[in-house]
Design a protein around this ligand. Sequence first.
Ligand code: PHE
Length: 339
Amino acid sequence: MNSENLNNLVKEAKNAFRLALNVAELENAKAKFLGKSGALAPYFEKLASLEIGEKKELGKKLNKSKLEIEKLLVGRRQQLKETQIIKELHGEEIDPSLPGRGKGFGGWHPLTTSLKRIEEIFQSMSFRFVDGPEIETDWYNFTALNNPKDHPARSMQDTFYINNFDSDGLKLLLRTHTSPVQVRYASKNEPPIRIISYGKTYRVDSDATHSPMFHQIEGLWIGENVNFGHLKGLYKTFLKHFFETEDLELRFRPSFFPFTEPSAEIDIKFSSGKLQGTWLEVAGAGQVHPSVIRNFGFDPEEIIGFAFGTGLERLTMIRHGITDLRLFYENDLRFLRQF
Ligand code: PHE
């Protein structure tokens, strides 16, 4: 263990570092010399047992060698990093003979396109589009709409209930129609009111023409002198624009909804095209029930009007001749690309 040995150690380290071909190998080589049980360690141990004079001399040399080895290490580490970067850059070289990947552009979903058309048409007739919560209370979804607890009409709408309760201790639910939005709006605004409430609705139902989640578009027009004639004119104008044809007939068929009296189903018949000659049901409608007007906070002797509601899916299916509603939600590109 003398200074010559130390010089040799520096040379050995230099060699070992050069042989290391990546950073990990270099760290191993470093441990062999500078580590706790590396080649320099015994020299440092020895220092403790030396006389003060010898201690100084060996100490100096030892430190010098250690610094040299550290310098060699830093230099080699830098070198290896640079080679690594060059290698990586090389690996990413562009191969112009490979086919391009292309960019996939998205498009509007047919339901979104329909909604946008409907929005444009009703907005041009001064209707305002309003949105509301999908989780509703019993009051807004049923009771305010003249559908009291235990009323048999409630079973018309198989409801998804949630295990949370409102301030009256009643279960919250996923709204079964968008009419609750109309109650919310009408209780905060003054007539005349011309709104369309739209959005997702939920019912326990699933087959080719029903889905547990679907979209509704519901209108409310109330004021001092609004009557069924207005409804008929409005809805016919809407349908002509939506289906882009003058060739259609409208029929009001008596029906029942708890929130309207009288109530009607609206059917249409095209006089040309694929669906020519068949009556198709497109909406439910009616004059808003006096109790509902009262729940809005108005006097039914003064304020009167009508409501209508339809499924966005239904209108879109008729417009495009789609026969299975589930296609809307399967995200099959072969279907979606047709629009
Ligand atoms: N909310 C009704 C439903 O979901 C539709 C409707 C709206 C019927 C307004 C009449 C008037 O079935």
